[in-house]
Design a protein around this ligand. Structure first.
Ligand code: F6P
Length: 538
């Protein structure tokens, strides 16, 4: 199916949506006491409640038909079995293979990649264990106390999110630091907060050409040398890359190079050696739990029909709102401080994947491939941007993420407040507040004053309830979103696995940098650049 909008199902979906516009979600709940059961699904320790969308079983049936028309299940088979779904780079996207412990052979370019993955995992876990146990010692013979991860994009966001989210599962005293931005401030912070004699430096870069990462690594290395720590590189440095040749050329010995693979996209790389910081924090067992949670979600997505398939449902609902409610943005609100880094992680996953303007044939898209994704930890976000969700003119579907059973240290009243906050926000979005309600409550208000208090209600949201936040459920949650994004790409008929749009800026940078660092020329016409040069000079 080239364009689903041209499908014979479209008029039926449109008519259904028009009819439902006159219905309140609260009435749908009143009319059907089992609405929650009918519109929720559970897998891999995560419950998805999608009962708060203005939809009926007819809508669900139509959306499932749409999924069949788009060959969604077949496209997932293509993904899982290593077909070259990344069409512009002519390669598969096999992040799912990294978390499949079944040892079922999977061949890419004549090589059984399951063996390759397993061998690399064995090396990685052995190294992580040596560092954790103190068997790996620094150049001065000391045990490692601090880890600095130098990487950006997928080589930063995954390690940062997972080590933040799973802090309560840390079974080591190692401290973790992240160097991502090219801004010198975090580099200086790392320098002042770590002791080089007991620090392990990880340079994580799939391409091993990323300017920010290499500049940070070079500066740190030069700083250490300037301080007389001439033996720290490469003894206390490791590289993670899909280009070991480049790491070798940089000076890393082979035993300090861990591979991620060309068929693993940067934004899907946390499951590979890029996950080393997490392996260092929670050990092999914890990391394997993380992988197996994701694999459990893979199995659910692979084997479940669209109307019960969590990832497909999330994508279908997003697609439906985009087309019929002009929903050009979506919010993610995790009600868990541990998940504070989830939004930037998902932003890269969704927006590098769906930020495309042409379909697989190179034809211009007639609709957005996916919405803008934004959000914040829930209880903070509701005191910041939620006003826009409740009363703004745009329809912005929200994913509320809740943890059912918190870690024992965080249980009690605060946790109940968190849950109640999320539920009340969801309820307010659904119920709204009508003019009649306001007038009854505040009869003295003028019409204009009352209008400011009205909340339209019927604003869509999903509730994603994790039984608890563990390595396994975090793995499942990330896999769920990966598959939602893939399903969105299938519905939009685009390639989600490339990111050509970021290349031009990278190419323009060197000349601009040279101009910025060149001495001021008084004959240069005034521009922002000359202004900046003056400021820097002062
Ligand atoms: O510029 C975008 C990007 O290529 C992302 O896709 C990637 O995660 C990030 O840069 C970092 O790339 P690398 O891991 O190759 O350093």
């Amino acid at each position: 199916m080239k364009n689903l909008i041209e499908s014979p199902l479209w008029p039926a979906l449109k008519a259904d949506h028009e009819t439902l516009k006159k219905t309140d979600v609260t009435d749908l709940f009143s009319a059907n006491p089992s609405r929650f059961d009918d519109f929720s699904v559970k897998s891999s320790g995560i419950l998805l409640d999608y009962s708060r969308h203005r939809m009926t079983k007819t809508t669900l049936g139509l959306l499932a038909d749409l999924a069949s028309m788009a060959n969604l299940s077949a496209q997932f088979q293509a993904l899982f079995t290593g077909k070259p779904v990344n069409t512009t780079e002519n390669r598969p996207a096999l992040h799912t293979a990294l978390r499949d412990a079944s040892k079922k052979p999977l061949t890419v370019s004549g090589e059984n990649i399951q063996t390759t993955v397993e061998n690399e995992q064995i090396r990685l876990f052995a190294f992580a264990e040596a560092v954790r146990s103190g068997q790996f010692v620094s150049a001065s013979g000391k045990a490692i106390t601090d880890i600095v991860n130098i990487g950006i994009g997928g080589s930063h966001l995954g390690p940062y999110l997972t080590t933040t989210a799973l802090k309560d599962f840390a079974n080591t005293k190692l401290r973790f630091h992240f160097l991502s931005s090219i801004d010198k401030a975090p580099l200086n912070d790392v320098i002042t907060s770590t002791n080089p004699e007991t620090t392990l430096y990880i340079v994580s870069s799939k391409s091993f050409t990323t300017l920010e990462t290499l500049t940070n690594a070079n500066s740190l290395k030069a700083y250490l040398q300037s301080q007389g720590h001439t033996d720290i590189f490469p003894k206390q440095w490791v590289a993670i890359t899909a280009h070991p040749d480049k790491a070798l050329a940089y000076g890393f010995p082979p035993e300090h190079i861990f591979e991620t693979f060309s068929w693993v996209g940067g934004r899907y790389s946390i499951w590979s050696s890029v996950g080393l910081p997490l392996a260092l924090m929670i050990g092999e067992r914890g990391f394997r739990d993380f992988l197996s949670g994701a694999h459990s979600m893979d199995e659910h997505v692979k084997n479940t029909p669209p109307e019960k398939n969590m990832a497909m449902l999330l994508a279908l609902l997003s697609f439906w709102h985009a087309h019929f409610d002009q929903a050009t943005a979506e919010a993610v609100a995790p009600y868990s401080q541990r998940l504070q880094a989830l939004v930037p992680y998902l932003q890269q996953a969704a927006m590098e994947s769906l930020g495309k303007s042409v379909n697989l044939n190179g034809d211009t898209l007639t609709a957005h491939a996916g919405p803008v994704l934004f959000g914040q930890e829930g209880s903070e976000g509701q005191h910041a941007y939620h006003q826009f969700l409740h009363q703004g003119t745009l329809c912005i579907p929200v994913d509320f993420i809740l943890i059912g059973r918190p870690h024992e240290k965080h249980n009690g009243h605060h946790h109940c407040m968190l849950l109640a906050s999320a539920l009340s926000q969801a309820e307010a979005l659904t119920q709204g507040l009508s003019t009649a309600d306001i007038q009854a409550k505040h009869p003295h208000l003028t019409k204009a004053q009352a209008a400011h208090l009205v909340l339209p209600g019927n604003r869509p949201c999903n509730l994603l309830l994790l039984d608890e936040l563990t390595p396994a459920t975090l793995g499942a949650l990330l896999a769920l979103y990966e598959h939602k994004i893939y399903a969105q790409s299938v519905l939009a008929n685009i390639n989600p696995f490339d990111q050509w749009g970021v290349e031009l800026g990278k190419q323009l940078l060197p000349d601009i940098l040279t101009a910025l660092e060149a001495p001021t020329n008084p004959n240069e016409p005034s521009s922002l650049l000359t202004h900046l040069k003056k400021l820097r000079g002062s």
